[in-house]
Design a protein around this ligand. Structure first.
Ligand SMILES: Cc1ncc(COP(=O)(O)O)c(C=O)c1O
Length: 475
């Protein structure tokens, strides 16, 4: 049973200084936490009592309590008022504060530690790996370890078992019918895109990329000698009618356009396939988080459309559905590209080690991946709803894009706002996010890319408040 809150008996001393009173009151409470005189579970005095004790008006004390709540130091409990949150003492000891402090060159100690470990990490690409069933994971590795490793390093591990179970997984979850023999297992999408231009004949030719889009794809194709052309995206994703003449390939994220989140409707998918059939171009379909849908029916992958197997190179990854640290992804290329691509990957050492492949195969084959997916999909749906609600509450009228699918949303900011500055402001307040403009080449887009996968529902309101404060100040 949780112990009843212990009322704060120590007097809070608020020092004089140039900072607004609300900050000084909040700092004084954090100082009590840092010293250990105030502990998690303790109740703060009511704002009325503290204001009277300090001889100040109640307004700044209410604002200070709001600040403490927004930063996660206290929570409000019905009947008990503000109570110190779990781990608030550790956060204070680590130097976390409730507000941005005027910093000297190089940043204050408090600011630097708030930056090192954001209280709310909403940067994209971070599923909640704590939701992985540790027992099932260990069992998969035990089984994978039941045979000694093979000695075929030169040719690259074949991953027969993993390809078999992945083919089944793709058929069931993404509608993609692929022969296990046609799948290639690779160490992540980002690295593997670099191997595409040679086998696909893209060196010196134009690859159309979504703008805004996945920066890794830009880097990979450019580094390998392809010419890249930015194609704007709208609320339906990339418009095939806008593909530049002579393009040899188009790289698209039709399930959940990265980062804006559009779902490409079937008509455009068909148009894209027509383009590929007519021009001989290749469509690279990056289905990076195609497994996650909310309140909308799932759209099968573009690769599942009739005739797509000749034109679409399908790309999937374990990074979102399981963990990015695994470094496992898979490619389903058109049959003519399979062998050249396999050789290219091998020559670059882009292979996944045998043990990881076996363990993942066991995890999928045992049904643990399907169970994990069902569990995280429910959790992410609730976290998404909490963040969307929090934003609606604290930033009424704000536009959120990409809420139907994936693990992130985009909070749009006005065109004239420097979203890098807003991100800096947020970081100073303990919230890490990505600026939307960082994904753009020519597109004039401003906003914040916010991944909610690791944001518990109980923390969403605090995070949304911080977003609102930063946007009010810099947005
Ligand atoms: C568009 C897109 N594709 C693919 C990935 C996954 O890449 P990897 O498999 O290298 O982790 C990401 C990760 O954030 C992504 O944003």
């Amino acid at each position: 049973m949780p112990r009843p809150p212990r009322p704060l008996e120590v007097p809070v001393t608020v020092p004089d200084g140039p900072a607004p009173l609300r900050h000084r009151v909040a700092d004084a409470v954090v100082a009590e936490l840092r010293s250990g005189r105030l502990r998690p579970g303790d109740a703060l005095p009511s704002t009325r009592v503290l204001a009277a004790a300090l001889g100040v008006s109640r307004g700044p004390v209410v604002a200070a309590y709001d600040e403490l709540a927004a930063a996660g130091f206290v929570v409000s409990r019905a009947g008990s008022g503000a109570v110190v949150a779990p781990d608030a003492d550790r956060a204070a000891a680590a130097g976390a504060v409730t507000h941005v402090q005027a910093c000297t060159v190089g940043g204050s100690v408090e600011n630097r530690s708030a930056r090192a470990e954001p209280r709310w990490d909403l940067r994209p690409g971070r599923p909640d790996t704590s939701l992985v069933d540790a027992v099932a994971w260990r069992r998969a590795w035990r089984r994978a370890g039941s045979s000694v490793p093979g000695n075929d390093a030169g040719a690259g591990p074949p991953h027969d078992r993993l390809r078999e179970v992945l083919a089944d997984h793709l058929r069931r979850t993404r509608g993609v019918a692929v022969d296990p023999a046609d799948l290639l297992v690779v160490p992540g999408v980002g690295a593997s895109l670099r191997a595409l231009p040679g086998p696909l004949g893209l060196v010196g030719r134009t690859v159309a990329l979504e703008d805004p889009g996945y920066a890794e794809a830009w880097t990979a194709f450019t580094a390998e000698g392809a010419r890249v052309a930015a194609v704007p995206v709208d609320e339906d994703g990339l418009d095939p009618g806008s593909l530049p003449r002579g393009a040899a390939a188009a790289y698209v994220t039709p399930s959940h356009q990265y980062p804006l989140g559009a779902r490409m409707p079937v008509a455009r998918r068909v148009q894209l396939l027509d383009w590929a059939a007519r021009t001989g171009g290749t469509v690279v379909e990056d289905d990076y988080d195609g497994e996650f849908r909310y309140d909308v029916s799932p759209l099968p992958a573009l690769r599942s459309l009739p005739g797509a197997e000749d034109h679409v190179l399908y790309v999937g990854t374990a990074s979102k559905i399981l963990a990015p640290s695994l470094r496992v992804a898979w490619l389903a290329p058109p049959a003519r590209l399979r062998e050249p691509l396999r050789l290219e990957l091998e020559s670059r050492g882009l292979v996944v080690n045998e043990a990881t492949g076996l363990a993942l195969a066991e995890f999928v084959a045992s049904g643990a991946l399907a169970a994990h997916h069902a569990r995280v999909a429910r959790t992410y749906a609730a976290r998404r709803a909490a963040l969307v609600e929090g934003v609606a509450r604290h930033l009424p009228g704000a536009v959120l894009d990409g809420v139907d699918a994936g693990l992130h949303v985009v909070l749009r900011l006005a065109d004239e706002v420097d979203d890098h500055v807003v991100v800096e402001e947020l970081l100073g307040r303990g919230l890490a996010a990505s600026p939307l403009s960082a994904y753009a080449v020519e597109a004039q887009v401003r906003g914040l890319v916010l991944c909610y996968a690791g944001l518990p529902e109980t923390a969403a309101d605090g995070a949304a408040r911080v977003l609102a404060d930063a946007v009010a100040r810099r947005g």
